[in-house]
Design a protein around this ligand. Structure first.
Ligand code: FES
Length: 185
């Protein structure tokens, strides 16, 4: 009378193979699926939090301006020989020009459509690569479509005798004799 009960227990303990064959999910398969869903949900939350953190940091982090300073020193008058210096063309878009009695700074901005001309030493002129305007060493236009001379930039000496350029103050040709448009050397 005891024997049939034991057989019933054995059948209940080992149903896995039979169940799989009949299409039922085993306990371990169900656990695996559950864990995968949990992992996915967890990573989604992490991703969302990371995106929020990055956005917050970007919002509060000070924006870096890559524009060059408008007021800066270019060195001492003795650093410049006679003629055109292109040393600050790339960094500050200016040329420092020294003649027999003065030093002035030209804004390297073509008065036609704003391209940056190049200094052509062989031809002793500034030449705009965009539409061919030419300017002499004083910045006066003499060829091409540029309607007027290049602008000059304010210059002054600081207390230590260095040349300080302020590119926010520009001089048209009729202002070139005004204080600040040049330095007497
Ligand atoms: S922008 Fe210089 S010639 Fe046109």
């Amino acid at each position: 009378m005891e024997q049939p009960k034991k057989e019933a227990k054995t059948k209940a303990a080992a149903p896995t193979a039979a169940d799989s064959a009949s299409g039922k999910k085993s306990t371990s398969q169900a656990d695996w699926g559950h864990m995968a869903r949990r992992k996915f949900a967890l990573w989604s939350v992490f991703g969302f939090l990371a995106a929020c953190t990055a956005a917050t940091v970007k919002f509060f982090y000070p924006q870096v301006l890559l524009e060059p300073k408008t007021r800066f020193s270019v060195g001492y008058p003795s650093d410049f020989g006679f003629g055109v210096s292109t040393k600050f063309q790339q960094s500050n878009r200016i040329w420092v020009v020294r003649d027999s009695s003065s030093l002035y700074v030209i804004f390297a901005n073509c008065t036609h459509l704003g391209c940056t001309p190049d200094w052509n030493e062989a031809e002793n002129k500034f030449k705009c690569p965009c539409h061919g305007s030419g300017f002499d060493t004083e910045g006066v236009n003499f060829e091409g479509p540029a309607p007027k001379p290049l602008m000059r930039v304010q210059v002054e000496l600081d207390s230590e005798g260095r040349i300080v350029v302020d590119r926010s103050k520009l001089f048209e040709q009729d202002q070139w004799k005004e204080p600040g448009a040049f330095l007497l050397i």
